[in-house]
Design a protein around this ligand. Structure first.
Ligand SMILES: Nc1nc2c(ncn2[C@@H]2O[C@H](COP(=O)(O)OP(=O)(O)OP(=O)(O)O)[C@@H](O)[C@H]2O)c(=O)[nH]1
Ligand SMILES: [Mg+2]
Length: 506
């Protein structure tokens, strides 16, 4: 085959062109050297500016943090803590928008109490039925705390609390976008009746009547992450000509109706929650509202006041389920050492089982993962699958994350979360060994239990990680402002340090 180009002579083809002319005069030579020096200076300046740009880019590359864990593990709460600490003015401005969420949490707690009482009442009716085969002792024990007229009083209370049904619908319409179909049942609800309610399922419903809103009202309220729902609530707060605008999808809200109604119902709600008989029924039916997310019954007076503005603590304790995956981007507002002003992307995901396949695209280019394992859930089941123990689910998820090859180089931060609830449970006499046999005869106190879990989760990390990596474990209660501030500051410093180290290696 003929060669397309003449054979390469070995001489530099540019030599001929660039070589100084042989007949160059001294003046021409000086001018040429001057030109070449100028050109070199320009070229060096361009090189330097390119390098600067590159350095700038490396420095500007945002810190990317991914929050993972099962539903209700505390991911969104951790994100709120980051926002509270590092973008405090934005967090403060948004507090009022959480009022609707907290009001809904409260209304739902009241509904749970009334539902529990209804079920207990129908159980009593059933066991008292002449044809029933219940033992005398069962009957006596189930009815023990009821004084004559209790159920009549309860019926009247129910009637007076009827407006809460409308308020619940209003608040849901405000928060939940229309046409959303992913939602779980109010997990706690089903749990409370599971294995207790032997009656025919009848009983009264908390609120009379039925509507197409009933199905929505039985679901756990959720939002797609981002600020859309906040926009909807904020629009609801806007005023035109001094008059409040209609809100959400219903257009039926008048003057801040939820606040006014909750205020007018407050005495009845307080009576219900403080009643020793009601507490006794909740205890018998193992309904531990205090341990449930979005618990505000102990703050009824404050939360139902007409001028209620959620505190930081309230915002952290509010419950709003996440569906979907979203990146929250913010610049650290406060001075955070050298990294003040750095851009952070924190990815918050929905943790329920149906949501987990949406996590994978976010595994790319992550600096660190905070994995939340709520260790207080050792005696609970998932609300989306009641055959699965929560702790077991967390352990399996942790194994999956540790062994995932895409995440092999990502640093892992583990939050063994909800330690405050764990502590209360252990103190109330619930024994870990009953649910985790390998715990054996160890002392059933918070310190030993936390140490045990820490060792187990660390061992999984070591065993399942494809290669050694940085790993940090903390025992947390992410609703607690003071302890969490310290932990997040450590996490921030650690993540930033590693981020810079990796940027320098690029
Ligand atoms: N007592 C207590 N409550 C907590 C703690 N962490 C979170 N919570 C509460 O638990 C509830 C659930 O927390 P979220 O942050 O919404 O959970 P999540 O992981 O984002 O859940 P999904 O959005 O469903 O995936 C909220 O009401 C929180 O206030 C904790 O350490 N202690
Ligand atoms: Mg969430």
């Amino acid at each position: 085959m003929p060669a397309r180009f003449p054979a390469f002579s070995g001489d530099d083809p540019f030599d001929e062109v660039l070589r100084p002319p042989t007949d160059e005069s001294p003046t021409q030579r000086a001018m040429r050297i001057q030109r070449e020096d100028d050109a070199r200076r320009v070229s060096d300046a361009i090189d330097e500016s390119l390098k600067q740009e590159q350095r700038q880019k490396k420095r500007k590359k945002p810190v990317k943090l991914l929050l993972l864990g099962q539903s209700e593990s505390g991911k969104s709460t951790t994100l709120r803590q980051f926002q509270r600490l590092y973008t405090p003015s934005a967090f403060r401005e948004e507090r009022i928008l959480w009022r609707a969420v907290i009001q809904l949490n409260l209304v739902r707690s009241i509904r749970t109490i009334l539902d529990t009482l209804s079920h207990h009442q129908s159980y009593i009716e059933e066991i008292n039925n002449p044809g029933s085969d219940y033992e005398e002792d069962d009957i006596a024990s189930a009815s023990a705390s009821f004084h004559p007229g209790f159920f009549d009083d309860l019926d009247q209370l129910r009637m007076r609390l009827l407006p809460l049904r409308h308020i619940e619908a209003l608040l849901i319409a405000k928060l939940v976008p229309p046409n959303e179909d992913e939602a779980t049942h109010l997990g706690f609800h089903a749990a409370s009746y599971n294995g207790h309610h032997r009656g025919g399922g009848g009983g009264y419903h908390v609120y009379s009547g039925g509507s197409s809103n009933d199905a929505r009202q039985d679901q756990e309220v959720f939002v797609r992450p981002g600020t859309k729902w906040k926009g909807a609530v904020a629009r609801g707060k806007a005023t035109a000509n001094g008059r409040p605008l209609s809100v959400g999808n219903t257009g039926i809200e008048t003057q801040d109706e939820p606040t006014a109604t909750l205020h007018s119902c407050r005495h009845d709600m307080i009576t219900l929650w403080r009643d020793p008989v009601v507490r006794d029924v909740l205890r018998r039916r193992k309904v531990r509202l205090e341990e449930q997310p979005g618990f505000f019954l102990d703050d009824l007076e404050r939360v139902t006041s007409l001028k209620y503005l959620p505190s930081d603590d309230d915002v952290l304790r509010a419950r709003l389920k996440t569906v979907g995956v979203s990146e929250y981007t913010f610049e650290m507002e406060t001075s955070a050492g050298r990294e003040s002003g750095a851009e952070w992307h924190i990815v918050d995901v929905g943790g329920s089982r149906s949501q987990r396949q949406t996590w994978i695209p976010f595994f790319d280019d992550v600096d660190a993962i905070i994995f939340l394992a709520p260790i207080s859930g050792f005696d609970q089941v998932l609300s989306e699958d009641r055959s699965v123990n929560r702790l077991e689910d967390s352990v399996l998820l942790w194994k999956m994350i540790c062994s995932n090859k895409m995440l092999a180089k990502v640093d892992l931060v583990l939050f063994l979360n909800k330690c405050d609830i764990l502590d209360r449970k252990l103190k109330s006499g619930i024994r870990l060994a009953k649910y985790v046999r390998s715990f054996q005869e160890r002392p059933n106190d918070a310190e030993t239990v936390q140490k045990y879990f820490r060792a187990k989760f660390s061992a999984i990390q070591r065993e399942y990680s494809p290669n050694p990596r940085k790993f940090y474990g903390f025992c947390t209660s992410v609703t607690d402002i003071i302890t969490t501030a310290g932990i997040l500051a450590s996490v921030r410093d650690m993540v930033v340090r590693e981020h810079l180290r990796k940027s320098k290696l690029i």
